[in-house]
Design a protein around this ligand. Structure first.
Ligand SMILES: Cc1cc2nc3c(=O)[nH]c(=O)nc-3n(C[C@H](O)[C@H](O)[C@H](O)COP(=O)(O)OP(=O)(O)OC[C@H]3O[C@@H](n4cnc5c(N)ncnc54)[C@H](O)[C@@H]3O)c2cc1C
Length: 292
């Protein structure tokens, strides 16, 4: 450990109201900690700038999954173990259950929360592509009230988000409207388990009379933020997925991604793999039609 515990304050108000009050009275002073799987890595490496940490782990209001016939709401403090084991997540949002099962190993999934994954804002995180394609909405809360924002508008730039210092991510809201849609997800990493993605992708779509009626594609690790591939989607909408259409999709994808070289991969590798994954997705989509 390159950090010393004596240099840190750790407060545990034990209630949502208590946490929000701290964030409101001293905005920017306190860093919320949920599962700690990001924060503790920074702490261990001596890179944690925040000195005052605020415990979210025991806040039950953040741990609920509630549903109606049309919606599913996931508390920000739900762990990936909770998500991958939840019947309605599996049934209505299987790409999210899949992403949850890809996020580190079992020990990590028992601590890692979905809000931590979102707010940490890594472009390579596994849950964002699924949240993008399911068009999730985020509910943010402060001592002054709540507001909702489309997840697609949450990431403003590399590690920059719309979350204000007084706010917490309270819940993720999803509409149950993807029954029968084709779905696809892939993660490429250095090995099959416990690897951060070199590229991750999620997609859902619908064909009508052999033409693309709807298509949502989300990708990670190809831009400064998790990316919804809107130009590629638009180029494919209304088309029959012929060789030409697939080649056009590949071309369009390469105009809208901007991957970088880093310790996990090179930009060129990422460009190739992103295009190959798109092609694989489209071939599966064409072959299977709807529900995959
Ligand atoms: C061994 C290991 C393997 C991993 N593998 C993967 C992987 O394969 N894929 C992947 O995507 N990630 C992976 N991760 C990263 C990590 O587990 C996830 O990002 C996790 O979801 C973070 O959640 P947490 O609750 O632990 O966040 P924390 O570390 O507690 O917090 C992370 C950030 O989120 C903020 N935060 C947390 N909750 C809230 C909230 N409710 N409101 C506002 N802000 C909040 C914190 O202030 C902090 O800035 C791995 C990590 C480890 C240590």
């Amino acid at each position: 450990m390159r950090s010393h515990p004596a240099e840190y304050d750790f407060a545990s108000p034990g209630s949502l109201a208590g946490v929000l009050e701290r964030l409101d009275s001293e905005p920017g002073e306190w860093l919320p900690v949920a599962g700690g799987t990001e924060v503790m890595v920074q702490y261990g490496a001596g890179r944690l700038r925040a000195r005052r940490l605020l415990n979210l782990w025991n806040i039950v209001d953040l741990r609920q999954i509630t549903e109606t016939s049309e919606h599913l709401s996931i508390g920000g403090g739900c762990t990936f173990a909770q998500l991958r084991g939840h019947v309605s997540v599996q049934e209505h949002f299987p790409l999210l259950a899949q992403a949850a099962s890809w996020t580190g190993g079992i020990a990590n999934q028992n601590r890692a929360t979905i809000a931590g994954n979102i707010v940490n804002a890594s472009p390579a995180a596994d849950s964002p592509p699924a949240l993008l394609v399911y068009e999730a909405e985020l509910e943010l809360i402060s001592a002054r009230g709540t507001r909702r924002i489309a997840y697609a508008d949450f990431h403003l730039g590399y590690k920059k988000t719309a979350l204000q210092p007084r706010e917490l991510l309270l819940a993720i809201h999803l509409q149950k409207r993807f029954a029968g849609w084709f779905r696809y997800a892939q993660k490429t990493g250095a090995r099959n388990a416990q690897a951060i993605s070199k590229i991750c992708v999620a997609a859902v779509g619908k064909l009508r009379d052999g033409r693309v009626e709807a298509l949502h594609i989300g990708m990670g690790a190809v831009a400064p933020t998790p990316l919804r591939l809107r130009k590629t989607e638009e180029a494919l909408l209304g088309t029959i997925l012929t060789e030409d259409a697939i080649a056009n999709g590949r071309r369009m994808l390469l105009t809208e991604i901007a991957p970088i070289d880093d310790i996990r991969s090179s930009a060129e590798y990422r460009r190739q793999v992103a295009a190959n994954l798109l092609e694989d997705m489209l071939r599966n989509f064409a072959a299977k039609g709807n529900a995959a």
